[in-house]
Design a protein around this ligand. Sequence first.
Ligand SMILES: [Zn+2]
Length: 240
Amino acid sequence: MGEMKRTYLAVFEGIPKVKGFFSTKYGACKGSPYYNEAVLEETGLKAMQRIQPQQVHKDKIAVISERGEAPMTLPETDGMITDVPGVLLTTVHADCLPIYLFDPKKLAIGLVHAGWRGTAAGIAPKAVMGMEAAYGSSPSDIQVFIGPGISKCCFETGSEVLEVFSEKWSFAQEFSEKRGEKYYIDLKGINKRQLASLGVNASAITVSSHCTCCEQELFCSYRREGGTYLRMGAGLCLIE
Ligand SMILES: [Zn+2]
């Protein structure tokens, strides 16, 4: 018999009060609203209220303050925070990074979709600031998982992308490498640095080594496939 195809990777595994996942290509979905029911069954999160942002590569963070019944779609949103158990924050991905936030003291979570535009806009630090404002979270208490996504090995860009980063983030050059006329940018590293600059402990930030573009056995990739209808799902939920 062949190896079992894993449909998801667990996030914050073994940590009480929180449950997260990132689906592989075997747990990916096509068609709106891009969500794989099998993954929700397997993770035990199917009964939770699903929050589905319509991601537009910007930096809007929604604050979810109560739990409803039906899935909720949020227009023009790329990040969410909540302190309500049973609310399942979700995002969908085909190379862009999922960034998971958990404050074990205030029992609050956040999830953001960060491609290069969202990273340049600082969506991850904006979510942490949102948790400070809404829940009194201290950045030094927040645990972070920067999930699978396109990594420096594959994120080739022209100089114009690096210029966008350099205008806003003084350290951007440290996370890029020039090869010929092209630049290779480490989006995971930039997100980690942004969060550390805000007071998140570097030791509390775990960075996935998975590259969605290189690892075709496990992930689908917009860049590698020249576009794809498949989306891998990220989810994060407080559980009672
Ligand atoms: Zn790669």
